[in-house]
Design a protein around this ligand. Sequence first.
Ligand SMILES: *Cc1c(COP(=O)(O)O)cnc(C)c1O
Length: 385
Amino acid sequence: MRKPRLMTPGPAPVPEDVLLELARPVIHHRSAEAKQVIVECAELLKEVFQTKNDVMILTASGTGAMEAAAVNTVPKGGKAIVLSAGYFGARWASVCKAYGIEVVNLETEWGRPVDPATVENALAAHPDTVCVMGTLSETSTGTGHPIAEIGRIVAKTDAVFAVDGISGVGAMECRTDAWKIDILCVGSQKALMLPPGLAFVAASAKAWAKIDAFNAPAFYFNLKSARKKMAEFDTPYTPAHTLILALRASLRRIHAEGIENVWERHRVMSEACQAGISALGLELFSSRPAEGLTAFHVPAGLKDGDIRNKLFDRFGITTVGGQDKLKGKIIRVGHMGYMDELDVIAGLAALEIVLNELGFEVEAGRAVVAAQQVLLGQKAPVAVG
Ligand SMILES: *Cc1c(COP(=O)(O)O)cnc(C)c1O
């Protein structure tokens, strides 16, 4: 029996104290006790999201928050600029199309960050844009996008800036208010250390002005209903309140560590993982890596499935491959949420063994040493040829 090691960019591991909350007898969702849980979560969520605005809790996977953001903000026939730099950027466009929202697709090569200047140009060319939709951490490519810079540009216009922070929030710096993010979407099963099932939306005053200006064709994902109930620390319909109980436990953990320390831990894990991968002569996929996961090219002559299956069979490590056009081309390793530097080192050690067993010779320990050097604050060794 292998110790399960879920090194995927969602779902991600859930800490023991959070899991225990899920084993409690179910209470009534309209009870004083249930309300008290939301009262506490409401405050803690603001801290994690770095916002003064109310954060709404939806019972859905992360995509539900994206759908809520789009349908409540942009009327049918209205225009959205979609910053499409991967599989999840493209999801914004799919959501828009489902609601008759006109999409201006701003494509960026997968693995590269969105260039803020292109957003500025697109907004100038499309002054009637209602919403710009971007991604903090593009999970399909392992890329972090310059959200603060883009936020400053969007803030100068009438458009609102909606950001998919589903795999980014809790894994990398995200200052919702300071960065002028008008609508932040987050899901529970990534760096927030919970199982799937909850989604979160934080909206600015600028966003609410747009939301209040029309009758959105939304019922379950109606943000006006959600806001009204959230003011009473309640939800319009039965929420997954068992998960909200677990949410309180995970948010307490983040609060105890301190959100800035949480970001720093992820930054170090990400740097250590990148150093290890590079030290083996493997090529990172992204030119601006996100901090909750690392994506790298499958080495020539090997199959991604062989590497990942062996990691699982030998060491219980689950990783994921590429999505869509990156299928078979990259491997993605998650290091988000309930993870520490030693998890990364263990993953790298396993990768060294697996690569050697598959006939791709690497010097045992090389990746581990490179990661250790990052932890020691030393310069990472130069990649081998
Ligand atoms: C996981 C993820 C999603 C999709 O979330 P679901 O919970 O599967 O609906 C969207 N965007 C990003 C960036 C993600 O990482």
